[in-house]
Design a protein around this ligand. Structure first.
Ligand code: AMP
Ligand code: TRP
Length: 329
């Protein structure tokens, strides 16, 4: 089974990204042949800082390895290192329509109220479709917010195959349910998020243990004292989910273990469990980041594998679309 996912290099990653992202990539990667791509080309669709950008991309690559992607088993690479992605984007532009791109809710959300919107933001889902289709992908593990984009990739593949001849496999999105929505510790009605969350309610992957302790101690809880998930107890429900993720167990098991105990000890324990989970990840991350040549070598190897894997599909695209073949001299 071929697995492909793309991850945006957008600033400091938090526990929500671990739960809904990194953890799922590592788990899915074990089920087949995984390609995981730091989608730097996608990031120029919104304003960004070119000075910071290089580091942000390398930080993310290091975090993908640190959270469990094994370079001996999975291919991790940077999108811009494999020019097939930019080329497939342009070629697929032939079958994508203005109307369907204009219906993408992410485009509507991200462009709403902006004075200037880049053409790249509008075309973003076509680039994403190319990412996926170039690898004859079977499954795409992503967050629920990417459902519409994965559907578009399927539609473009179908349309392309019908118009030019069988070229692409139809990919299927997989949307992990468990731990897919970790909430802000201070405002459990909002998703934990770097941009939309509170400072004290967001636990970052690289936070110091004392900081993590402080954040969990001050997490808002609800009335009552039962450690149990309930619709009217968003704070405790969130902590139960976090504990299940940190201890790699189920929320029901966490509830059973804390039956009859109050909130106080539970909050302390969740903090400690998260510290325990993140400590080895942070250690591996710092080792990888402290050895830029080693990290770049891993990424170069990934790019080489990605180039070799995507090349036949890109060539087939040019071929069935009727381009003059390149002749080597
Ligand atoms: P982002 O950096 O927001 O593009 O998210 C990267 C990955 O983390 C995606 O797979 C998201 O679905 C996931 N993610 C982001 N925020 C959360 C959250 N609060 N809870 C669970 N997963 C999240
Ligand atoms: N658009 C995705 C996101 O914002 C990132 C992405 C780019 C992606 N290309 C992809 C995800 C290909 C899966 C497959 O999360």
């Amino acid at each position: 089974m071929r697995i492909f996912s793309g991850i945006q290099p957008t600033g400091a990653k938090h526990f929500g990204n671990y739960s809904g992202g990194f953890r799922q990539y590592a788990a899915t990667a074990r089920q087949g042949e995984g390609f995981f791509c730091v989608v730097d080309l996608h990031s120029l669709s919104v304003p960004y800082d070119p000075v910071e950008f290089r580091n942000t991309c390398l930080d993310l690559a290091a975090m993908l390895f640190a959270t469990g992607l094994d370079p001996e088993h999975s291919t991790v690479f940077i999108q811009s290192h494999v020019s097939a992605h930019a080329e497939a984007n342009w070629l697929l532009g032939a079958v994508a329509t203005f109307g369907e791109l204009n219906r993408m809710t992410q485009f509507k959300d991200k462009s709403a109220g902006k004075e200037s919107v880049s053409a790249a933001l509008f075309a973003y889902p076509v680039l994403m479709a190319g990412d996926i289709l170039l690898y004859q992908t079977d499954v795409v593990p992503v967050g629920d917010d990417q459902r519409q984009h994965v559907e578009l990739a399927r539609n473009l593949a179908q349309r392309f195959n019908a118009r030019f001849g069988e070229t692409f496999k139809l990919p299927r999105g997989i949307y992990p349910e468990e731990g897919a929505r970790i909430m802000d510790l201070q405002a459990p009605d909002r998703k934990m998020s770097t941009t939309g969350g509170t400072q004290l309610g967001t636990v970052y992957m690289l936070d110091e243990p004392d900081e993590i302790r402080r954040k969990f101690k001050s997490a808002v809880t609800d009335t009552g004292r039962e450690v149990r998930r309930a619709p009217d107890k968003p704070g405790i429900s969130n902590l139960v989910e976090i504990m299940a993720v940190a201890r790699a167990t189920s929320p029901a098991e966490v509830e059973a273990q804390y039956e009859g105990q109050g909130y106080g000890k539970f909050k302390t324990d969740v903090g400690e469990a998260v510290i325990e989970l993140l400590a080895p990840i942070k250690k591996r991350y710092l080792e990888l980041r402290g050895d830029p040549t080693g990290l770049e070598r891993l990424l170069a190897r990934g790019a080489e594998k990605a180039r070799a894997t995507s090349a036949p599909t890109l060539h087939r695209m040019y071929d069935v679309m009727g381009f003059v073949p390149r002749v080597r001299d």
